[in-house]
Write a protein of this length. Sequence first.
Length: 259
Amino acid sequence: MSLAQPSGFVRDIATVARRAIRTLMREPEAIIPAMLIPMFFFAVNIGSLQDVAENFGPDFDFKAFQLPVAIIFAVTGVSRANTVVTDIQSGYLDKMLITPVKRTALLLGMMVADVVLVLFLSMLVSVVGFLVGVRFATGIGGYLLFLAMSAAWGMAFTGFPYTVALRTGNPAAVNSSFLIFFPFAFLTSAFVPLEALTSWLATIATYNPVTYLLEALRSLIIEGWVVEDLLKGLAAIFGVGIVTFSLAFSALKARTTTG
């Protein structure tokens, strides 16, 4: 009788990712809301606030200013965490744990599938931006970095729903985990420039990592290659990623240890 042998860490990740992507393609209900909601808010914000935005100057491009907000709404919280819950409840995760597959590959493979979806959503929403006249001051290179940073943020934030999924095994709790993002989204420079904020909101926005992510993405569209803004945006992604990944892999370890 031959025993199953470890197949290699990268191959384990690829195997889990392929399964997650195939599952995703069979679940359009997981894609359509994530696609339509940010487009809806993009259209509503432009339609309702375009005239107000003219107060910031005749050259202020509110459509370009709002596109990163739509992207962030599209990619934040997108994950296969509900699939993890299903695998826990069906016993599939337990079966995977008795195979030679690396434990961390179970989570990283899901995250790779998330990145694929996030890139698709980012490109789709940005096409809408192009259709309404948004252009990148940094050209194609800036657009590619824009997509990469959006994907990196989406992956960094996925640690939250995966943590909830692994800790609770409850689909309702996972669906509610997106609420964590609302303070990040609205207590920031989502609708007006940071310098226009006042009082306590300005203070909170200054310490909100999403503020610096938005500033970095906006600089690629509006200003050009502003290294300081880009470094702050990357630092925000990295900082959030450290926190969420620590929580997620700690939850994975607890789940695989105790079942």
